[in-house]
Design a protein around this ligand. Structure first.
Ligand code: ADP
Ligand code: ZN
Ligand code: ZN
Length: 724
């Protein structure tokens, strides 16, 4: 029945052109917008999304749709709009944007159907003394229940790393008891808010329609309580709430804080299986889940009636996807809140300069929490000038004395440094040769246990050289500090004190982190040494001292965002000190303690730093004053990558010229990337700056599909996070 043939447009998950015309035969119902369809593509079939049923100039020859997978939309109209907006904002093919938006199980064609689930199992502690001695995991379950409060759901325990077969075993020997319940009730009452918290809650509750709040609250000021009380108000009206948290903060502790207040909360995070993720997605869409807590990709969840979005630690880098579709989940929440006409709360102790600038310009409402909750005081800052000091494993005598005095006063001590491994480099004492990676332009980090050299860029591992490759000398010296070395020196200096190292090498799983944090949170005097894993979100009431081994590198890096990132890290890690009754102290070692940015931070806090840094960005015309995009290219053959970007530059310049954007668009490069070779590929970059967003998007759009080579990888990164 050729005359009833109806042409539609389908977005397919392919990088080139992303939408194609197909037709549905007369006996097939016209698919809904946003429905998944199976269509022939090339020599195979793919699953695409119907994006238009009104095609103005259909192709003469179209192929038929093979199968319509959904009666209704898989992607609702709001998400479809969001996807179309992302296509033009991130200059990424629509079909691939939609593939990112859909959960992977849906992308593969699984039915969009909510499966009934058995009611949650809740585990109680009956007799902890019955565990087998020396069974470490059994002890860990008991510790966990003692710490988190009795009665945890099997799901929460599984997220903490304890599987159900182990729980059943403990049930068998009488340690645990299981109850099956239909609903989990709240167990914690709202705290009575401070006047600052109350002001913030009132402001958020009073919002009608689209409003963005920048909740800038010092570390320990009780931002979570503000979230919880604003959420409670919204939930009472029957609306749903989306809470985004940074990857590293999605711990059982975080989930428990929300669960204890609202009963079982839905969760989406990387730990879920594909089908669990799809179920969560469907239940949010059906309105069955009222509170969803998730990381970056949870921003793509459909909701039946979303009333409020909260982004905790809005400055966190994990909100930016660093490959494929390089979106910022934080920025997308602004777009979604605007589309849905609802309030959005961006919370942080150290707001990004982008959000800070928007608050200053009056686009966001700036709400401040200047005091710590519950009467805790802000920590005191001190610097240690490292010049001329003799160091023991990176620690100055002053710092060692300070650590000792805090331990003697029964405090906990947190030692922060930004490098895992033993030492960042191995150097020949005779000629200065350094061990470098065979495949990258990077020095190798020395690791112990096992003893090896590791490339932190491509993960290659090498055996330790016995002699210098350049002069043959045998004396190779580890230079610089890593967490393993700090751990070793601290263990020698304080042999009787429990010591916990927390970095990606010691803490691979959630269960490991949970177990470590629980031991620490028992409150006995101890030392923690670790990377930024320790800096974020954790509430350590007994920590009285935070030591920053070296703050210099971040303030001297060529990346224009490095000072901002460093200041955020320092303030966040410092914020772990003195969160309860005991006063906290922060000691920062530096070879240039007079650095003006560091000084600003110490004397005026993050706010003073942010003001100063923002005004220098505005003066230099850098983001957020002007929007930026980065084109990156990499190939085994450096010429290929460089020439590709040179062609792009010419195309962009001619587009800027023809559109009278010449004066407002600036293109810098191509230059080698800061890490100019990784895994044997040479990397180049081109920076595009424009006076306005429309000008930036006009020139980027003109690039279209540049001619590439199969061995070349390239990408456009709009609002790049790693910029130089
Ligand atoms: P932030 O996220 O702002 O760093 P948190 O939300 O973790 O701070 O709160 C820090 C601590 O203060 C928590 O232990 C929290 O229970 C407590 N707290 C928050 N608000 C209040 C309040 N109104 N009264 C008493 N304690 C509070
Ligand atoms: Zn040598
Ligand atoms: Zn390497």
């Amino acid at each position: 029945m050729a005359d009833t043939k109806q042409v539609i447009q389908v977005a397919v998950p392919r990088p080139l052109h992303s939408v194609y015309d197909y037709h549905v035969d007369g006996d097939m119902a016209l698919p809904a917008l946003g429905a998944r369809l199976r269509v022939p593509f090339g020599r195979s079939e793919v699953i695409g999304i119907c994006v238009s049923t009104h095609v103005d100039n259909p192709h003469a020859k179209t192929k038929p749709v093979s199968e319509v997978l959904d009666h209704d939309a898989a992607i609702d109209s709001e998400l479809l709009d969001l996807a179309q907006w992302m296509q033009s904002y991130y200059h990424y093919p629509l079909g691939e944007v939609l593939a990112t938006v859909l959960p992977s199980a849906a992308r593969k064609g699984l039915q969009l159907e909510i499966k009934p689930e058995p009611p949650p199992d809740i585990w109680h502690l009956v007799d902890p003394s019955l565990i087998s001695p020396r069974a470490k995991t059994q002890q860990a379950v008991v510790d966990h229940l003692l710490h988190m409060g009795d009665a945890q759901s099997g799901e929460a325990l599984e997220a903490a790393g304890f599987n159900r077969s182990m729980l059943r075993k403990l049930e068998g020997i009488g340690v645990l008891e299981r109850k099956v319940v239909s609903v989990r009730h709240q167990t914690s009452e709202a705290l009575s808010p401070s006047s600052e918290q109350q002001t913030a809650i009132n402001a958020i509750n009073a919002a009608v329609g689209f409003n963005v709040f920048l909740l800038e609250g010092v570390t320990g000021s009780g931002k979570t309580e503000v979230y919880l009380q604003s959420m409670a108000k919204m939930l009472a009206t029957g609306k749903q709430v989306l809470v985004l948290v940074p990857e590293i903060a999605l711990t059982p502790q975080t989930l428990a804080r929300f669960e204890n207040r609202f009963g079982s909360a839905g969760m989406v995070h990387s730990g879920l299986s594909e089908t669990q993720r799809l179920q969560t997605w469907l239940k949010c869409r059906a309105g069955e889940i009222k509170v969803l807590i998730g990381t970056r990709s949870a921003v793509f969840t459909p909701f039946e009636s979303l009333g409020l979005i909260i982004v905790d630690e809005e400055h966190d880098s994990s909100y930016k996807q660093q490959d494929g579709l390089r979106y910022s989940a934080r920025d997308l929440t602004v777009k979604r809140a605007q589309q849905l006409d609802i309030p959005l709360v961006l919370g942080s102790a150290t707001p990004s300069l982008e959000s800070f600038y928007n608050a200053k310009r009056g686009r966001y409402q700036h709400v401040l929490l200047t005091q710590r909750a519950g009467g805790a005081k802000m920590p005191r800052y001190h610097t240690i000038d490292l010049r001329g000091q003799s160091l023991r494993g990176g620690l100055s005598d002053t710092l060692i004395r300070v650590i000792r005095s805090h331990l003697e006063a029964n405090g906990q001590v947190l030692v922060y440094l930004n490098r895992r491994g033993f030492a960042p480099t191995l150097v020949c004492k005779a000629c200065g040769w350094q061990s470098v990676c065979s495949d990258c332009d990077a020095r190798l980090t020395l690791h112990r246990q096992p003893e090896q050299l590791v490339c932190h860029h491509c993960s290659l591992r090498f055996t330790l050289p016995t002699h210098c490759e350049q002069c043959g000398h045998h004396d190779l010296l580890p230079v610089g500090m890593g967490t393993q070395r700090a751990e070793e020196s601290l263990a020698e200096l304080f042999p009787d004190i429990p010591l916990y190292r927390i970095d990606r090498d010691t803490t691979r799983s959630n269960a490991q982190l949970t177990a470590q944090l629980e031991k620490i949170q028992r409150g006995d005097s101890c030392i923690m040494v670790g990377t930024q894993m320790l800096a974020k979100g954790h509430h350590f009431p007994e920590v009285t001292l935070v030591a920053v081994i070296n703050a210099d590198a971040g303030f001297l890096s060529p990346d224009f965002r490095a000072p901002e990132r460093t200041a955020q890290l320092v303030v966040q890690v410092a914020g772990r000190a003195g969160r309860a009754e005991k006063q906290g102290d922060v000691w920062i070692q530096s070879y240039q303690p007079e650095n003006p940015l560091l000084q600003k931070l110490m004397s005026q806090g993050y706010r003073g730093f942010a003001e100063a840094e923002l005004s220098s960005r505005l003066q230099a015309g850098l983001p957020p004053a002007q929007p930026m995009a980065m084109l990156r290219a990499e190939a085994f053959d450096p010429t290929l990558a460089r020439e590709f970007l040179t062609h792009c530059k010419a195309a962009l310049e001619s587009a800027a010229g023809s559109q009278q954007d010449t004066a407002t668009v600036e293109i810098l490069g191509p230059i080698p990337a800061p890490m100019a070779r990784v895994a044997k590929r040479a990397r180049f970059q081109l920076v595009v700056m424009a006076a306005t967003r429309p000008a930036l998007h006009r020139v980027l759009a003109s690039l279209g599909q540049p001619k590439t080579h199969s061995s070349l990888r390239w990408s456009i990164d709009v609002d790049p996070y790693d910029a130089m």
